[in-house]
Design a protein around this ligand. Structure first.
Ligand code: GDP
Ligand code: ZN
Length: 460
């Protein structure tokens, strides 16, 4: 069966105004011919017969030299009804990298060039077919790990963030109109009701901006994974727990305390969320030098964790954790894994840390592993910030622009309340408008655009 490999073969077509395969302008030996005996009954040469747009047409692919390379499908997209808005020819060859390479080399020999990373999406953006947040969503979609990331990327691709930003822009424009109506009348003050209205509206806008800004961490979680740090004394079963969650033997399990010297990191999908599970070095009350380093590492990992899995051996007395580590534990961001439930419980341990949600587990019998998985997925849900019906999960670039907008709004409000000249307030708000505009598009900085699209994959 024909295998579609649209991405790499698209590379050459872009710069080629006629498009190499179907124009016929290069005369003899043009890409698709069906002259080979036995294959003549497929279709007449598309070089002779113009390709119908959006219809896959079977053809022989012949190199300039006349060598038959593959049996391909050609699909022509006429401007503006294509991804980039330009004429595009897609060549689908069999899924053999050698064949794809031969076709690419031939296209280059015909005057095509390889597309730069993200060039198709950049062209689509420049042609106005996507706003910038949608273009970024294409990248999120390609890299989506788990159904939550996929859902967020799909919504953003369909313009959810752009719509939210447009809503903010519209509200800001109304505020600006009210204020700027008084620029030409410096002797007149804003009527009192306008003053209080502007104050309230700018305030509300700040709240809306903060709400979208809050989704940045959810975006990080969807893109990078929720950071789960597994912490506990040596020999309590941390590595066994990691293996049980992953369902395979990844971390080294050992009878001897202190085997896991450095930390291990593993990706895991649970409830549609990506998790980064980090198994720390064993914590020791009276550490040797290497363990001291481990504690330091554990401490910084604890502080950066979205969720701490504090693993204890329920059959032994409560662990005496180093003070700085204890101080770094936030109960709402922690789960207490009371492991070795197959052994007789130690009463003092059963009563320890009542403020942290507890899951009883046994890595020996498998008890509690499912409950732990459920608790993990539920914890990830906590990071989801409601934005009406839309799933918004902004990235670092959006967050930077929104933070700037937030500062600008605060400054404008301060100036406004201090009765600063209307021009000042207005110019501050114009800066906020620019920051809003950057998120969905209207970025004048070409270097920034090039950088953004350069982080895309080749062929997209
Ligand atoms: P770590 O040092 O915290 O990573 O602990 P390990 O996962 O290496 O386990 C230490 C020892 O405890 C090993 O011998 C495990 O087989 C054993 N172990 C782990 N979990 C349990 C459990 O739930 N019950 C019992 N009885 N033994 C366990
Ligand atoms: Zn271990």
């Amino acid at each position: 069966a024909p295998v579609y490999s649209p991405a790499p073969t698209l590379g050459g077509g872009v710069e080629n105004s006629g498009n190499a395969a179907s124009s016929g302008s290069k005369g003899e030996g043009d890409v698709p011919t069906s002259a080979s005996p036995g294959k003549g009954d497929f279709l007449p040469s598309p070089a002779l017969l113009p390709l119908a747009p959006r219809v896959a047409t079977r053809a022989d692919y012949r190199a300039l030299s006349g060598e038959l390379i593959d049996d391909v499908l050609l699909t022509l997209f006429r401007a503006p009804a294509s991804y980039t808005g330009e004429d595009t020819l897609e060549i689908s060859c069999h899924g053999n990298p050698y064949i794809a390479q031969k076709i690419l080399e031939d296209l280059v020999a015909r005057g095509c060039r390889h597309a730069a990373p993200g060039e198709f999406t950049q062209r689509a953006f420049l042609a106005g077919r996507l706003d910038l947040s949608q273009a970024e969503a294409v990248m999120d979609l390609i890299h989506a790990r788990g159904e939550r990331a996929l859902a967020a990327a799909n919504q953003q691709l369909r313009g959810s963030l752009g719509r939210h930003m447009q809503g903010l822009i519209d509200r800001l424009l109304v505020i600006l109109a009210r204020i700027e109506a008084y620029i030409d009348f410096p002797e007149e003050d804003l009527p009192r009701e306008d003053q209080s209205w502007v104050g309230t509206e700018v305030d509300k806008l700040q709240v809306s901006v903060s709400k979208i800004l809050e989704t940045n961490h959810y975006g990080d979680i969807l893109r990078e994974g929720l950071r789960v740090v597994i912490l506990g004394e040596p020999n309590v079963g941390k590595s066994s727990l990691l293996n049980a969650l992953l369902g395979r033997d990844r971390a080294l399990v050992s009878e001897r305390p202190g085997t896991t010297r450095d930390y291990l990191e593993e990706m895991l999908l649970l409830g549609g969320f990506p998790f980064r599970l980090i198994d720390t070095a064993g914590l020791n009350e009276n550490p040797e030098e290497i363990e001291a380093k481990g504690i330091e590492k554990s401490l910084s990992l604890t502080e950066e964790a979205d969720l701490l899995l504090l693993v204890i051996d329920a059959s032994r007395p409560p662990p005496t954790l180093p003070k700085p580590v204890l101080a770094a534990i936030r109960p709402e961001r922690a789960l207490l894994v009371a492991n070795k439930s197959d052994l007789p419980p130690h009463p003092a341990t059963a009563a320890a840390w009542p403020e942290i949600q507890r899951v009883r587990t046994s890595m020996l019998t498998g008890e509690g592993v499912e409950a732990l998985r459920t608790a993990l997925a539920r914890h990830a849900e906590l990071f989801h910030v409601e934005q009406g019906a839309d799933v918004i999960a902004i990235n670092a670039r959006h967050a930077e622009a929104l933070a700037r907008a937030k500062t600008g709004l605060a400054r404008a409000l301060e100036q406004f309340r201090a009765q600063a000249p209307v021009e000042l307030v207005s110019s501050e708000l114009r800066g906020v408008l620019d920051a809003f505009g950057e998120i969905a598009g209207r970025v004048d900085n070409e270097r920034m655009l090039d950088q953004l699209f350069a982080s895309f994959c080749i062929g997209k």
